[in-house]
Ligand binder design. Structure first.
Ligand SMILES: [Zn+2]
Length: 63
């Protein structure tokens, strides 16, 4: 039987908090709800749409 030494989380299930920079709403989203962009120069980032003001928000993504 496989023993769990430290429980992790599937990557798509990781939760992130973000404050909308357009309307100050505090939001929480799971990674699978974000669009992940892989950028060679800028690094990877996630994009979500604020449900309040429809603003486009980005946050750094750590694979
Ligand atoms: Zn907003």
């Amino acid at each position: 039987m496989v023993e769990i030494i430290k429980r992790g989380q599937p990557k798509g299930e990781r939760v992130h908090d973000i404050t909308c920079r357009y309307c100050d709403s505090e939001l929480r989203f799971r990674e699978h709800e974000a669009k992940i962009t892989h950028d060679q120069r800028e690094g990877d980032f996630m994009t979500i749409t604020c449900p309040v003001c429809k603003g486009s928000l980005t946050k750094v993504y750590h694979p």
